[in-house]
Design a protein around this ligand. Structure first.
Ligand SMILES: C[S@@+](CC[C@H](N)C(=O)[O-])C[C@H]1O[C@@H](n2cnc3c(N)ncnc32)[C@H](O)[C@@H]1O
Length: 364
């Protein structure tokens, strides 16, 4: 299981009687579901920097110890002008190889080089500055994928299921990137992601949450048209992420609400769909019939579409998903597993399935 640095209290400035300023925040290191805290010691580096220029103003080591549920951060006192311009606080895990201090906020956290990190670092929203900004209840992930791909994704700090990044999403991003760059071979997806096309690759993501998977794809693939979909509750955060995304030339990113329990919106996609992304959407057995029904309707509209389903098994009831897919005539064309780290040098598996209509089976 991957662990995420979260702000229980986002950073705030406190003015002292002398005019000096101190900064306080409260963090925890918890799983995607927020149901468990990291139960091993880890060295952290807290960094205060300028939002615009990414210049580092101050750094301090900190330690998270096993058994903790929260960790206060108190920095300062600093001279009054520390917050003359908007500032940002980051909390990063340092490991044996990366103990060096960073010289700039421009250092992203490496993802998929070759692994997912055990602890995902967090950057606060900007605060201070001439307008006395208060840090929004958000945390930003700044990730760097092989090929200098710079992925920035905002999450909410609260306990929402939808407005967070989930482990299968991190694995999906790495998996898609490996296939798109030829570092891994999965013939069905390779045909889609590597071939030259005279029209955009049409991609739709269901239950996109913050949008990390679809956004990463639009940033790595030329000429792709990626439609992120989810319930209305994610619209604000996903729109914020789309606004800061850097899709490749001629690529397009959009969001539309799509509730699996409702009718498919009219004119959902222009042209037929090539790829349907589904990451960590199978954890709730009650919603699986509706999810599979949407998948089945989309594939009826676009019979050539490939569905990439990424999941981390959380309980046995999820197996019903595979039965429902079979009953809907959707075949598992390929399966891969991607390892993600867990505490005490353990590993977890993310399962990645490519589904589609099995034409051989239809003709036999
Ligand atoms: C565990 S989150 C995964 C988010 C994202 N795909 C990721 O991996 O980071 C599951 C997502 O499914 C969405 N979802 C659940 N039920 C849904 C429904 N009936 N219609 C549309 N989306 C739904 C949630 O809103 C949430 O964003």
């Amino acid at each position: 299981m991957v662990y995420y640095i979260r702000f229980l209290k986002t950073p705030r400035l406190q003015k002292q009687k002398t005019g000096a300023q101190s900064i306080s925040a409260l963090i925890c290191i918890a799983t995607d579901l927020g149901d468990a805290f990291l139960a091993q010691d880890v060295d952290l580096l807290v960094t205060l920097g300028l939002d615009q220029s990414e210049k580092i103003l101050y750094q301090e080591p900190l330690r998270w110890s096993a058994g903790k549920r929260e960790l206060p951060i108190t920095l300062g006192p600093f001279p009054p002008h520390v917050s003359a311009q908007p500032i940002v606080l980051s909390v990063a895990a340092t490991d044996g190889n990366r103990k060096r201090s960073r010289t700039s906020f421009a250092d992203r956290q490496l993802l998929g080089q070759p692994d997912v990190p055990l602890v995902v670092s967090g950057w606060s929203a900007p605060f201070g500055g001439p307008e006395g900004l208060v840090a929004e209840k958000l945390v930003e992930r700044r990730l760097e994928l092989p090929g200098n791909l710079d992925l920035r994704i905002w999450e909410e700090t609260g306990n929402s299921i939808a407005r967070h990044i989930w482990d299968a999403a991190l694995a999906s991003v790495i998996y898609l990137q490996q296939i798109a760059t030829g570092a891994s071979s999965t013939p069905i997806l390779q045909n889609l992601l590597q071939s030259q096309r005279n029209r955009p690759l049409n991609v739709i993501e269901l239950g996109s949450g913050c949008g990390i998977v679809g956004i990463a794809l639009a940033e790595m693939l030329p000429n792709s048209s990626v439609l992120l979909t989810d319930l209305p509750e994610v619209e604000e955060i996903v729109t914020q992420n789309i606004a800061v995304a850097k899709p490749t030339e001629a690529s397009k990113l959009e969001f539309r609400t799509l509730d699996w329990d409702g009718a498919l919106p009219e004119n959902l996609c222009s042209g037929s769909i090539d790829l349907i992304l589904v990451s960590d959407c199978t954890y709730n057995a009650d919603s699986l019939p509706a999810l599979v029904s949407v998948l089945s309707r989309l594939v009826q509209m676009s019979p050539e579409a490939i569905i990439l389903v990424a999941l981390k098994r959380r309980h046995d009831s999820e197996t019903i998903f595979f039965d429902l897919m079979r009953e809907a005539g959707l075949s598992n064309l390929h399966q891969d597993n991607l390892q993600i780290p867990s505490e005490h040098d353990q590993v977890d598996q993310i399962e990645l399935y490519s589904y589609g209509i099995n034409k051989d089976a239809q003709h036999s």
